[in-house]
Design a protein around this ligand. Structure first.
Ligand SMILES: [Zn+2]
Ligand SMILES: [Zn+2]
Length: 291
């Protein structure tokens, strides 16, 4: 099969012939119909995100059709249309052994820690599959794996956004675009979108944001005031690590409210502190007021 391979030693990305992988007993072999290009893929290639293994097939936003399945896989059949989770659990840590797979202590990211789907075929454990309805185009289903599910989890689960609550969304790119729409669907009150790009701000307004501000030139404190004037304020950050928009976001909310960040890191509120469970297994805690 053909696969796009990234080689850390040369920094090159090239199409190569690879053997079609053999599914293990709990795996399925998926014929890839569509795979997104995530900004984290770009960062892997430009080396701003460190590579985990020296040679890898990128791609973690994948939809396809089951071509073969392992001997112990039940409930799925060849020809089923599926979308793949963007990662898999380690199956060896204490939480995995306790059956709490969604709380795995060492999750593995597809396309970084094992081969992804910029290829004709890809392997996936059966428990990472979700069915794709016939009326959903595969190229739309593919981005559900990250660009849609990540902001959905940030808003509905981590931030537990409730109807009527205001929300600030920092960074209206690939994830933030969906965050605006998801926040509206979840019944958010005021939606404040923050992005330095005019095109992104216009897109946010067209998709349901109430206010779109430029963190570089506008008086963002008035937007913050509008946001915090509501009974409860929440914040979901989807922009890249260390960006100016993130920095402003942290400054805004250190006096109150709280930040939920779901991308390369996850922020959890706990007794007045925000714990950062960053990718690459770094951990630190940052205190944000008394919220
Ligand atoms: Zn991604
Ligand atoms: Zn685990």
């Amino acid at each position: 099969m053909r696969a796009v391979r990234f080689h850390l030693s040369s920094g090159e990305l090239q199409v190569e012939e690879m053997p079609i992988p053999e599914p293990g007993p709990l795996d399925v072999l998926v014929k890839v119909d569509a795979c997104g290009i995530c900004l984290s893929d770009v960062h892997l290639i430009d080396r701003s995100i460190p590579a985990v293994i020296p040679d890898v097939t990128p791609g973690h936003e994948t939809a396809g059709t089951i071509a073969r399945k392992g001997a112990f896989v039940e409930g799925w059949n060849e020809g089923d249309r599926v979308v793949l989770a963007a990662g898999r659990t380690c199956m060896t840590c204490a939480r995995c052994r306790a059956g709490r797979l969604e709380e795995c202590l060492a999750p593995q990211i597809m396309g970084f820690m094992y081969d992804g789907a910029w290829a004709e075929y890809v392997l996936a454990p059966f428990y990472t599959l979700s069915a794709v309805p016939d009326n959903v185009p595969m190229e739309q289903a593919a981005i559900v794996a990250d660009a849609v599910s990540t902001p959905f989890a940030a808003l509905s689960d981590r931030a537990a956004l409730r109807p009527g609550e205001s929300v600030g969304l920092w960074g209206i790119g690939g994830l933030g675009t969906h965050a605006v729409q998801i926040a509206r669907l979840l019944g958010a009150g005021l939606i404040v979108a923050v992005d330095p790009l005019e095109s992104a701000r216009k897109r946010a307004l067209s998709l349901g944001a109430d206010i779109a501000v430029d963190p570089a030139t506008e008086d963002v404190s008035s937007a913050r005031g509008s946001c915090l004037a509501h009974a409860r304020s929440r914040c979901s950050v989807t922009s890249a690590t260390g960006s100016s928009t993130s920095t402003i976001c942290y400054r805004w909310f250190r006096e109150g409210g709280w930040i939920c960040r779901d991308r390369s890191a996850t922020w959890c509120r706990s007794k007045g502190s925000q714990t950062v469970c960053a990718a690459y297994r770094r951990r630190k805690a940052i205190r944000f007021g008394s919220s």
